[in-house]
Ligand binder design. Structure first.
Ligand SMILES: Nc1ncnc2c1ncn2[C@@H]1O[C@H](COP(=O)(O)OP(=O)(O)OP(=O)(O)O)[C@@H](O)[C@H]1O
Ligand SMILES: [Mg+2]
Length: 230
């Protein structure tokens, strides 16, 4: 379903050229749960951003459902992202001037679905994540764990096939860690393709993985089948 072949991604920062990913190849099947591990700066977020069509590759081939998408124009990539991807960011990226329900339905705005339907869909998901009482709160009035759950609702609102989660457990407490873990386990059961990064290999998240991809300075150091059984 996702096929990355000899991908290189470089960033130019002033005079410095950073090679964030160095000629990596990776194939991900529908329904797989992939764990991305590796030290800070090793390329995990860069890979998630590439798969999520948020950033373009510098070299190589990126195929999604048998289509080469690396040369798609921007508006095509946005449409693809809206239709297929749910992105849970490292920072939650909620808009503070908007309420919880408005935030979580932002991805639905370009679809033209009526406000009533958008709100109904939001309320259903907010309820599943025990957030329905916070629907009308402004995003900045939510606790860290609530913001994380709202960010998850926003990622799931378009019922995406592919869920990309960048360190989804890093800024929340144990109770919320368990809630997020349960959600990811549930999504896995539903057959969603899930790709998630994390720092700490001892996190419970490692139990869910079908394969673990270890990054080292922009290279894939190894790919192990199954989780790490820690
Ligand atoms: N927009 C950018 N401009 C310049 N360099 C960048 C940019 N984004 C990332 N990089 C560089 O690319 C490398 C890989 O970054 P990336 O964010 O993918 O790492 P990471 O594995 O997600 O790290 P962390 O665990 O800290 O989140 C780093 O050296 C980083 O400084
Ligand atoms: Mg990162």
């Amino acid at each position: 379903m996702i096929k990355l072949t000899n991908i290189t991604k470089t960033y130019q920062s002033g005079k410095v050229m950073v090679r964030a990913l160095n000629n990596i190849s990776l194939e991900i099947k529908k329904g797989e749960f992939i764990l991305l591990v590796g030290p800070s700066g090793s390329g995990k977020t860069t890979l998630l951003n590439i798969i999520g069509c948020l950033t373009r590759i510098t070299k190589g081939s990126f195929r999604l459902a048998d289509q080469e998408v690396s040369h798609f124009p921007d508006h095509f990539l946005s449409a693809l992202r809206r239709k297929k991807m749910g992105f849970i960011f490292q920072q939650f990226n909620l808009l503070s001037g908007y309420s919880t329900w408005e935030n979580v339905t932002l991805p639905l705005l370009p679809t033209g679905i009526s406000e009533k339907k958008r709100k109904a869909r939001a309320m259903k998901l907010l309820e599943e994540l025990n957030l329905e009482t916070r629907a009308d709160f402004m995003a900045n009035e939510l606790s860290g764990g609530e913001q994380q759950r709202a960010a998850i609702v926003r990622a799931l609102i378009n019922d995406p096939e592919i869920i990309l989660a960048d360190e989804p457990l890093s800024n929340i407490d144990m109770v919320n860690v368990n809630i997020v873990m349960d959600i990811l386990a549930e999504l896995k059961k539903k057959g969603k393709t899930i790709i998630t990064s994390f720092h700490d290999p001892k996190t419970l998240l490692s139990r869910l993985g079908d394969r673990t991809v270890s990054f080292q300075s922009g290279n894939i150091a190894k790919i192990t089948d199954g989780n790490m059984n820690l």
